[in-house]
Design a protein around this ligand. Structure first.
Ligand code: ADP
Ligand code: MG
Length: 394
């Protein structure tokens, strides 16, 4: 690190590097370091002296998923900037970034050791979080109000769009969420054998679905509405009894607001299916309530916000705008459901189910996903998400 060149850290050098940067610098401190990452692209070190601890996240040499494409390590800079922006939007909603190091493509951040990743808390620990809809809808509404054009400063907003342009990570989503999910171009998709014919007929050969997914893809690429997290699933949110924290923001970019809300809803629906298959009614009820409440709370908090422009065009346009966001929410939720069943990055909620249950769960999720994409225009009112559960009757 003295000669100013990047190198990939390991547990030993990460601890030394933390000390060199002024963390844990007291004489004789017994500094320990452990790699705790479970992602595909980055390395996460927890460094501790027994009292204090920090997290060090470094962008790896190449992605761990595949070496075919290398993604610029500068994604770490964008992630640090996004975490800081999220903390400005809603103070305390993301880990605090202590230091970003341009040379080493890494950052030090707050250790959220008192929190659990939401997906794990739901499917492994059977916990529920009564305040989660309230908390996450505040984050979503504040994001919409403070980063989109419903706020006042349109010039600043355009500079932010430029700052958060994220070509390489957006390309990953364009490929995996849209192209691969619809066409299986790389041949890497898979489902349980019982569902292969269903997927071929209803997804890979479904031209109507392709057309609608294509429209959503072009909206994803062109609608710079608000600063998105870009990968807002239950594995990107930490929770405990006191609150929640958003993390892993490297996919952040300005895109359609409904993409983030839709992603989140899709993953709550995946958790619901897990709870349903495992006969955990408390989980099912919580997930259904949370899916129902998030769009309602988002709209109320967003529309009533003091920062929302209430004159001239905006007065009439804001309602049109949020209705479009809800329609997008349904569409992107549908695509995320499909992609997490057929695609290569599968949802743990479904994969972890036993053999017989898994095929049935896949089918139910795929049917729901296709319906959400094709009938997304029925979701232009916040109450429509609640009806989804009434309609399906389970
Ligand atoms: P990747 O970008 O490679 O997916 P993540 O940011 O998702 O990496 O982090 C991987 C894992 O490391 C998380 O699931 C979590 O368990 C742990 N982790 C990441 N950031 C923190 C943090 N600030 N505090 C505590 N644990 C963290
Ligand atoms: Mg990540």
């Amino acid at each position: 690190m003295e000669n100013g060149e990047y190198f990939a850290l390991d547990e030993k050098s990460a601890a030394e590097y933390a000390c060199a940067k002024g963390f844990f610098c007291s004489q004789g401190a017994n500094v320990r370091c452990k790699e705790i990452g479970d992602g595909n692209m980055n390395y996460i070190y927890r460094i501790s002296d027994g009292e204090k601890s920090v997290i060090l996240k470094q962008a790896g040499l190449s992605t761990r998923l595949s070496s075919e494409r290398s993604i610029s390590r500068k994604r770490n800079r964008r992630e640090a900037a996004a975490l800081e922006a999220e903390n400005e939007i809603l103070p305390g909603c993301a880990p605090k970034v202590y230091l970003y190091d341009e040379t080493m493509d890494c950052m030090f951040m707050e250790d959220l050791k008192d929190y659990t990743v939401l997906r794990k808390a739901l499917i492994e620990e059977d916990r529920i979080f009564p305040d989660f809809a309230e908390q996450i809808s505040s984050f979503l509404a504040e994001t919409w109000v403070r980063t989109s054009d419903v706020g006042k400063d349109h010039i600043q907003k355009k500079y932010q769009v430029k700052r958060f342009t994220n070509p390489e990570l957006c390309e990953i989503s364009e490929r995996l969420v849209f192209d691969e999910a619809m066409f299986n171009l790389s041949g890497k998709n898979s489902v349980e054998p019982e569902n292969e014919l269903f997927v071929k007929t209803n997804i890979y050969q479904n031209e109507t679905l392709h057309q609608e997914a294509g429209k959503l893809k072009y909206r994803y690429m062109t609608e710079a509405q608000a600063l998105l997290h870009g990968d807002l699933h239950t594995g990107s949110i930490f929770v405990n009894e006191l609150g929640m924290k958003i993390f892993d923001s490297e996919f952040a970019f300005y895109g359609p607001m409904g993409y983030d809300i839709g992603n989140l809803i899709a993953h709550l629906l995946l958790a619901r299916e897990n709870a349903r298959q495992n006969q955990k009614p408390a989980g099912v009820i919580w997930e259904e309530n949370t899916v129902s409440k998030i769009p309602e709370m988002f709209v109320v908090k967003g529309m009533d916000h003091e920062q929302v422009q209430k004159d001239a065009f905006e007065k009439i346009l804001n309602k049109w705008y949020y209705m479009g966001i809800l329609e997008d929410t349904a569409g992107y939720a549908g695509l995320e459901l499909i992609r997490r069943v057929v695609g290569s990055a599968k949802a743990e909620d479904i994969v972890s189910l036993g053999q017989g249950k898994r095929a049935e769960a896949e089918r139910r999720i795929l049917e729901m996903g296709i319906d959400l994409v094709l009938n997304r225009n029925k979701f232009r009112e916040p109450g429509a998400f609640k009806n989804m559960f009434v309609r399906s009757g389970s």
